[in-house]
Design a protein around this ligand. Structure first.
Ligand code: 5GP
Ligand code: MN
Length: 347
C-alpha cells in the first residue's frame, strides 16, 4: 500500500533529531493490533536511538501475555504516575490504532495536558478526529500493523524488521482480519506477510498462542452465550447476545474471554449483523459485526455513540440491559426501514 510520500518525509524530519522522548499510546481494551503495532514501532524508534515508552489505558487480554516485550507496556490504570511522567516529558506522541482521543478514556485528559508534544496518528479507523500534527489515517488498511509495515517499508526499508518485530506485526494483521477472513485482503497485504514469513516467524505457533490459549470457563461461557443468550430478529438477518456482570462472574470472566463471541451469529446463513452487549459497572459495552455491505460503523455512530469499521464497530450504552436490548431492536427495525440491510445477496 502506497503511503503519501510527503507524510513519510514529514515523519523522517520529525525523527531526525537524536534522542527524542517518544510516547506510544494505543486504545482502551488493547487488542493484538494495538499491542503488535506498539511493540514493533517501539523497536524501530529505539533502534534510531530514541527513548520510547509504550502506554495503554487498561490491561490487554491474557491471550496476548506471551507476546515479546508485552510486559514493558505501561498500563495507565495500574501505573498512572509512570504513564503521566512519560507523557509530560514527551517530545512526540504517536497515537496507534484509534481515531478519537475519547477512545483513551481516562488517559485522554493526561494527553491533552502536554500541549508541547507533536502528535502523530497512525490508524485505520474511519473518520478520525482532527488535532494531529501529522496524520496517517488509512481506513483501507486491514490493520494498523499492516499500515505500520508500509510506513516502515517506505521510511527505512524492511531490512530493519527483526523476527521479533515481524511476529508482533503478524499478530495485528492476523487478529484484525479475523485470521484473514474480513475485508481489505489485498495482494499488498499478502506480499507483506511473505516478507514477515521470510523473517522466520512461526505462523502456526502464533495462531496457536492467540486462539488456543483460553480457559475452560471461557469455553463454557461461550456455550452458554450461544445456547441461552443468542436471539435472532428481523427475519433471521440480525442477532444479539448479552451477558450481565452476574453471568460473567459465574464463569470467572477475565478480560478477553468474550473475544470472538459476537462473530459467531454471522456463521448462520443469511445473517447480516450481530451485536453483543457486555455489562460493566459504569455502562454496557456494545460490539457490532456485519457481513458484506451492511455498515455497522454507521449503525454504531447513529445509535450507540461509537464507531469503528464498516464490518466491525462498537459503542456504549448508559441505560439498563433491558433498555439497551429494546433500543437495539428498535434501531435495527429503523435501520432496515431506511435500507441499511438491503444489500446484494451474500455469497
Ligand atoms: P470490538 O467490538 O472488538 O471491541 O471493537 C470493534 C471495532 O470498533 C474496533 O475497531 C474498535 O476500535 C471500534 N470500537 C469499539 N468500541 C468503540 C467505541 O466506543 N467508540 C468508537 N469510536 N469505536 C469503537
Ligand atoms: Mn486495529
Amino acid at each position: 500500500m502506497k503511503i503519501d510520500s510527503a507524510k513519510i518525509e514529514a515523519l523522517r524530519e520529525l525523527l531526525a533529531a537524536p534522542h527524542r522522548k517518544i510516547v506510544l499510546v494505543a486504545h482502551t481494551n488493547p487488542d493484538g493490533d494495538a499491542i503488535g503495532a506498539s511493540t514493533a514501532w517501539r523497536d524501530v524508534l529505539a533502534a534510531m536511538g530514541h527513548e520510547v515508552t509504550m502506554i495503554v489505558p487498561n490491561k490487554y487480554p491474557y491471550f496476548l501475555d506471551w507476546m515479546p516485550d508485552i510486559r514493558e507496556v505501561v498500563i495507565f490504570r495500574f501505573a498512572p504516575e509512570r504513564a503521566l511522567e512519560a507523557i509530560r516529558g514527551a517530545d512526540i506522541v504517536f497515537c496507534l490504532d484509534f481515531n478519537s482521543l475519547s477512545r483513551l478514556e481516562a488517559l485522554s485528559d493526561a494527553l491533552a495536558e502536554n500541549t508541547a508534544a507533536r502528535r502523530v496518528l497512525i490508524d485505520h479507523h474511519l473518520s478520525p478526529d482532527g488535532g494531529f500534527d501529522l496524520q496517517f489515517s488509512y481506513p483501507q488498511s486491514s490493520s494498523t500493523c499492516f499500515l505500520l509495515y508500509c510506513i516502515i517499508e517506505q521510511l527505512c526499508g524492511t531490512e530493519v524488521i527483526t523476527r521479533k518485530m515481524a511476529e508482533a506485526l503478524y499478530v495485528g494483521m492476523m487478529t484484525d482480519t479475523g485470521n484473514f477472513s474480513f475485508s481489505f485482503l489485498t495482494p499488498a497485504l499478502y506480499r507483506a506477510l511473505a516478507v514477515l514469513v521470510e523473517k522466520g516467524i512461526d505462523v502456526a505457533g502464533i495462531h496457536n498462542s492467540v486462539y488456543n490459549g483460553y480457559t475452560e470457563d471461557r469455553a463454557r461461557l461461550f456455550g452458554y452465550a450461544i445456547h441461552r443468550k443468542m436471539n435472532i430478529i428481523q427475519e433471521g438477518t440480525a442477532a444479539y447476545m448479552s451477558l450481565t456482570e452476574a453471568e460473567m462472574r459465574r464463569y470467572r470472566f477475565q478480560q478477553g474471554d468474550s473475544e470472538g463471541f459476537v462473530n459467531y451469529p454471522l456463521t448462520i446463513k443469511k445473517m447480516k449483523m450481530s451485536a453483543m452487549f457486555l455489562g460493566h459497572h459504569k455502562f454496557i459495552r456494545v460490539s457490532l459485526r456485519s457481513r458484506g455491505d451492511v455498515d455497522v460503523n454507521l449503525f454504531a455512530r447513529k445509535y450507540f455513540d461509537g464507531g469503528g469499521h464498516k464490518n466491525a464497530a462498537g459503542g456504549k450504552s448508559y441505560v439498563s440491559m433491558d433498555e439497551t436490548i429494546a433500543h437495539y431492536i428498535r434501531s435495527v427495525e429503523e435501520f432496515a426501514r431506511e435500507g441499511g440491510l438491503d444489500t446484494p445477496p451474500l455469497r
